[in-house]
Design a protein around this ligand. Sequence first.
Ligand SMILES: C[S@@+](CC[C@H](N)C(=O)[O-])C[C@H]1O[C@@H](n2cnc3c(N)ncnc32)[C@H](O)[C@@H]1O
Length: 222
Amino acid sequence: MSGNSRLVISNQQGIHEKLDTLVERYKNTENKRPVSDHTKAAFDEVLTWLGNWQGDIVLDSCCGVGESTANLARQFPDCKVIGLDKSAFRVGKHEHYQSGEDNYAVFRADVNDFWRLAQTQSWSIKKHFLLYPNPYPKSSQIQKRWYASAAMVDLMALCPHIEVRSNWLLYLMEFSQAVRHYGLQGNMRELRSAAPMTPFERKYQASGQPCWQLIITSDEIE
Ligand SMILES: C[S@@+](CC[C@H](N)C(=O)[O-])C[C@H]1O[C@@H](n2cnc3c(N)ncnc32)[C@H](O)[C@@H]1O
């Protein structure tokens, strides 16, 4: 990837004025969106792949080509690692990023639906990664950002240990504020790792852009 990635440009200067209202609204509303057939089929594939696995699971949502999923499989050798992305094109390119580990797989699925289906299982999810989700930086797009969307309640129900990365600091600041509504807290820092974990991280680093990491935990809020 070339090093000419543009900085996120937004007409929003600080935390969105509607953030808290939206997070509360979705927290208290049942998500009635029907589950798509293709994600239900992908979910069944995941269940088959897991077989009678009783150990820990790591989720890599919006994994793109799944380079991070392969990296996470190395990092968590005792877990099964599931990569999910809705783009058939990106998932189809995973072969190129494949690693030798057999404790992971990448599936084409819409996480809006997958996160709801996952709640029907008693999975032990050790950690959930959300690396460089689409930022939707226009102020009017706030409800497309995960934390201000109907999917937030499902994301929060799966596992409190979430790592989010972004090249837009405001995205992580808002994420951090949103999780407080669920009794969680987030710690943010600039990533200084020389080894990029995903193609987008590589692209941003090559363009000299800072990348940020938000680690969410269930530690008590002081
Ligand atoms: C900016 S890319 C980041 C990809 C990868 N994590 C990386 O860092 O290289 C965002 C990804 O989110 C995926 N995505 C967006 N909405 C999604 C959804 N509802 N379900 C699954 N994947 C989604 C897109 O297809 C895209 O691959």
